[in-house]
Design a protein around this ligand. Structure first.
Ligand code: MOS
Length: 740
């Protein structure tokens, strides 16, 4: 019985629970005697609160509390930076003063005996302000770019002399790009139910990082982390918006303490455009120099992104530019644009998706200038090593991705001339772009219990926002223990489970997976240790080195006879579960020896209606080199999801701000456009065979981000191929193409 749970296209172990309503999301953990909280947001984008007329509202039906900076408790707000909090600056202190820093900032919270009563009171609450006009447009002359303080991701880098090489290059491209602000818009809204029991707080809260939410709320309230429990077994989409703990979680806890009852707080869709982060709008300039046969001689990538005035949100906007291409002269520069806005946060492919949109668009422009096929141009500039770090890649399959993708897409039959391909009156465009994302591996831990019935229970704090973590971790445990999948029960989403890193940055499979594997090996070691020491065991007296696990049985090495099973061993040891925990982390020495990234190549076909300017994605093929694929079915699903996100970025998503007050004017699903089923054509994801022994013990690279990264530039490049018009802003809209 060889299990081989890893690598098989198992369906989601939690699929049935999800489609039958058995999976419970944060807002569904209703508590006895629960009250309802509604947040009141500022209606000015900058200024000061002058007056809050709480009195009238407090008399409205069902209202139990009206909490604002006038009566909110002064909270400790002890220093705390989780891995997903900006390193520089200080988080918003909610209801602690009269200052308004951005539109929609919470200024009060109403608690009532029903959602309806709370909403009515929130709508009636009169707040007056001394308002000023906020600066919310990165192009506003009042915006002063600043270099991010300390931190590798934001640092300017240079090798050779990129400016001189650009000036001397026989062929050049220089272009500027403007990418819109985006909001994550997951299906599940942010929600928290807070319940105090004495000085202990339980939060059923939507989170991609439960152990950080525990630590953050403990720091805000100045209490021991052990007194805070965060529970979140299911996340209905996150894409990064639930990595940080935003003010509404604090508000729910304040409210629950004030009224002495559990309180439920669910943000409205509109409020999710105010205080829960966004992908920053970016302005970029790319300058490329090349020889006439298409060798890059200069690559300059300058970019800037929005941030708030109180925190520096830094993302990896320029970081791939140093290693995607072989080029002797490279210069990158990254600046932040502090404005009167809430702090942005990580959104799927954070930095890479925006930065590679600009560079991959410029490379495409260069391919037309040179008259070289864009795939061939990339082949000519494929580096042997990471030239920025001067390190070999742990593995890099970008050219294999191009070969596989081109073959599946049928790239060879492309007519390279713009406007040359048609379908009736529609212009057809084929475009391509590269994708890359780092392979992170952060310290993680897990715990395994073997039960007398021969099954295993596995626990790690973690989250599963959709990639299928429940399933993939079950597979890792089943494989390591040689158990069938249905003998493994994996649990996650509790802050009292063994700590794991943020469920973001495509690092869950690598980090938590490695920890689960380590914990399974640890529990086997524990069981073996007990077996050889147990007089009643047939292995009594054997040295620990002379036994081994074979297909779930502890056997003597060299002895073909199968030894006792887990069930027999646990039962023999008295029947109580045998438990072990373990941690996993990247070997620091290996981290210094290799540059570790996932790569991908994305091919798309669009049609453009020349009369209406309407762009439609017709098909897409993504090919990825992402190490070992634990579950091809889930991996495909995740890649398709990422491609849909990239489609939104390319053609639809844009949070528009009113310059008068910073109000997101399209803060609802009617006007903030995301792809719906009818927008999504046939999408294919393929994986190249890639064995990478360096990235982590499982050899996995992560898929969540890389799958979004190349999509937008591939679509923008296809729009150029279809129309001959280069649009250098996202999303590409009808008005950009009315003249084609
Ligand atoms: Mo994703 S931005 O790493 O949640």
């Amino acid at each position: 019985m060889t299990m081989q749970a890893i690598g098989k296209p198992h369906s989601r172990v939690d699929g049935r629970a999800k489609v039958t309503g058995g999976a419970r999301y944060a807002a569904e953990f209703n508590q006895p005697d629960q009250l309802y909280a509604v947040v009141v947001g500022s209606t000015v984008g900058l200024g000061r609160i002058l007056r809050i007329d709480a009195g009238a509202v407090a008399q409205m039906p069902g209202v139990r509390a009206v909490i604002s900076h006038l009566n909110a408790p002064r909270l400790a707000y002890q220093p705390h930076k989780g891995g997903t909090d900006p390193a520089n600056g200080e988080r918003l202190h909610v209801l602690q003063d009269d200052q308004v820093r951005f539109y929609g900032q919470p200024v009060a919270v109403i608690v009532a005996d029903s959602l309806d009563h709370a909403e009515r009171a929130a709508a009636a609450l009169a707040v007056s302000y001394a308002g000023e006009t906020p600066v919310v447009d990165p192009l506003d002359a009042k915006v002063q770019p600043v270099a991010p303080q300390a931190g590798r991701a934001g640092a300017d880098r240079s090798r050779g002399d990129a400016d001189a090489a650009f000036a001397a290059a026989p062929v050049t491209v220089e272009a500027s790009f403007d990418m819109a602000r985006e909001n994550h818009t997951p299906m599940e809204p942010h929600a928290t139910i807070a319940a105090w029991s004495g000085d202990r707080l339980t939060l059923w809260s939507k989170s991609q990082f439960v152990v950080n939410e525990q630590a953050e709320i403990a720091a805000i309230f100045g209490m021991p982390a052990a007194n805070v429990q965060v529970i979140c077994p299911f996340v209905g989409g996150g894409f990064g918006t639930s990595l940080r703990t935003w003010p509404h979680v604090t508000l729910a806890a304040i409210a629950a303490r004030q009224v002495g009852r559990p309180v439920k707080l669910v943000l409205t869709r509109r409020q999710m455009f105010h205080t829960t982060g966004h992908r920053p709008r970016t302005l970029q300039r790319v300058a490329l120099g090349a020889t006439t046969d298409g060798r890059l001689t200069s690559l300059i990538h300058e970019g800037s992104g929005e941030t708030s005035r109180y925190e520096q949100f830094v993302e990896a906007l320029t970081s791939t530019s140093g290693f995607m291409y072989s080029c002797p002269n490279v210069r990158t520069r990254y600046r932040l644009l502090p404005m009167d806005t809430g702090t942005p946060t990580f959104m799927r492919g954070p930095g890479e998706a925006s930065g590679m949109y600009a560079v991959e668009s410029a490379i495409d422009e260069l391919s037309y200038k040179l008259g070289i096929d864009p795939v061939e141009l990339r082949r000519r500039n494929e580096p042997a090593i990471d030239e920025a770090e001067k390190l070999p890649f742990s593995s890099r399959s970008l050219m294999q991705c191009y070969a596989l993708g081109a073959e599946r897409f049928g790239w060879a039959s492309r007519d390279p001339r713009p406007r040359a391909m048609r379908d009736g009156r529609l212009l057809i465009g084929w475009g391509v772009a590269s994708a890359s994302y780092p392979c992170f591996f952060s310290p993680a831990s897990a715990r395994v219990r073997l039960l007398a019935d021969g099954s295993a229970e596995v626990e790690a704090a973690s989250s599963d926002m959709g990639p299928g973590t429940y399933t993939s971790m079950t597979q890792v445990a089943a494989e390591t223990l040689s158990l069938p999948l249905d003998k493994v029960r994996f649990s996650l989403g509790r802050s009292d489970f063994p700590a794991t890193p943020s469920h973001g940055g495509s690092q869950t499979m690598s980090s938590v997976g490695s920890a689960v594997r380590a914990a399974c090996l640890a529990v086997q070691a524990e069981l073996a240790k007990r077996a050889v020491a147990d007089r009643r065991s047939q292995l009594f007296g054997a040295s620990i080195d002379s036994v081994e696990w074979r297909e779930g049985r502890l056997s003597r090495k060299g002895d073909a006879a199968a030894g006792p099973s887990y069930s027999e061993l646990v039962t023999g040891a008295g029947g109580s579960p045998v438990e072990a925990g373990a941690s996993a982390a990247r070997d620091a020495a290996i981290a210094k020896q290799y540059s570790m990234h996932a790569f991908g190549a994305v091919f798309v076909e669009v049609s453009v209606d020349p009369d209406l300017g309407l762009v439609r994605l017709r098909r897409a093929v993504g090919a990825y080199g992402a190490g070992r694929i634990v579950n091809p079915k889930l991996a495909t699903s995740q890649c398709i999801g990422g491609m849909v996100g990239g489609l939104g970025m390319a053609l639809m998503e844009r949070t528009a701000l009113d310059p008068r007050d910073g109000r997101p004017v399209n803060a609802h699903m009617g006007d903030y456009l995301v792809p719906v089923n009818l927008d999504v054509p046939h999408l294919e994801a393929h994986f190249v065979e890639e064995q990478d022994p360096h990235v982590n013990p499982l050899g996995v690279k992560g898929l969540g981000e890389v799958a979004l990264v190349g999509m937008a530039p591939a679509i923008a490049n296809a729009v150029f191929h279809a129309t001959g018009k280069r649009v250098r802003e996202l999303p590409i809209r009808i008005e950009n193409l009315l003249d084609v």
